[in-house]
Design a protein around this ligand. Structure first.
Ligand SMILES: [Fe+2]
Length: 262
């Protein structure tokens, strides 16, 4: 093959220039497909960029560093001078995206009632005792595998004023961030076999059974520890068709709302 001369290349350049001038269009970026640039012909992209789901992409970026959260904050049973009453339990799992990839360094916050179903809040005055050794709030970061782990006390069911004799199934509230504070996601984790499921309008507001099932933790005997704590496993999927149902609200459950307290 005879090498192109500069004259040949210059002629091509000129022809393209003339065509561009006639087109009246304005281009501000280099053309990727530019024949005179011979060595680029097999190297430049020939297809449009693939537009990935921005939500999934954003979830890859760490939001918090190791120094932002003390590991002790994941143990809700050591926040006071004494041991809280109730069933000590571990809840652990993974936070993943829709393709099963770990979501690392994500801040997970939880809040819950005590073993008697009582929150420490002025709007929760139902006749069940406060536990002076249990506040019911904790947080942790996911690790490199997207794993989280909390030690806590199994919460009790509690009444609320949605309707007469309304009781919430036992649950733990979870809040997660993506990469930005505006991406806060809030949901509730339930316990397997709770007899209140069928009666709870919040649980039933997730109308698909498979989706509801994704809110229920599994008892895991491998996570249970000898003479210490029971174990429950609950994975959280942030995107995709198998995603964990999230509440529509952008703000956490607001105990100030009185009768709406849940
Ligand atoms: Fe609650």
């Amino acid at each position: 093959m005879t090498a192109m001369s500069q004259a040949d290349v210059s002629a091509e350049i000129g022809a393209i220039e003339s065509a561009y001038q006639r087109s009246g269009a304005e281009e501000t970026q280099p053309r990727l497909d530019y024949a005179p640039y011979r060595s680029s012909l097999l190297r430049h992209p020939t297809k449009d960029l693939h537009h990935a789901d921005p939500e999934g992409v954003e979830l890859w970026t760490p939001c918090f560093g190791e120094r932002d959260v003390n590991p002790l904050e994941s143990d809700l049973t050591i926040q006071h001078s004494g041991t809280p009453i109730g069933e000590r339990m571990v809840v652990a799992g993974r936070v993943v995206d829709g393709d099963g990839r770990p979501v690392r360094r994500q801040l997970i916050e939880i809040w819950q009632a005590n073993a008697g179903g009582r929150y420490i809040h002025k709007s929760d005055q139902h006749p069940s005792p406060i536990d002076p050794n249990f506040t019911g709030v904790g947080r942790c970061l996911t690790d490199d595998e997207g794993c989280y782990r909390f030690t806590t006390i199994k919460p009790g069911p509690y009444p609320w004023r949605n309707h007469h004799n309304a009781w919430r199934p036992a649950h733990i509230h979870f809040s997660l961030f993506g990469t930005e504070f505006t991406q806060r996601m809030i949901t509730q984790m339930y316990f397997p076999g709770d007899p209140l499921f069928a009666m709870d309008p919040i649980f039933q507001s997730v109308t698909d059974q498979k989706a509801r099932d994704r809110l229920v933790a599994a008892y895991d005997h491998d996570l249970t520890t000898h003479e210490w704590a029971t174990g429950y496993r609950w994975d959280i999927v942030l995107t995709g068709t198998g995603r964990t149902p999230m509440e529509h609200t952008e703000s956490p459950e607001n105990p100030d709302s009185g009768a709406d307290h849940r």
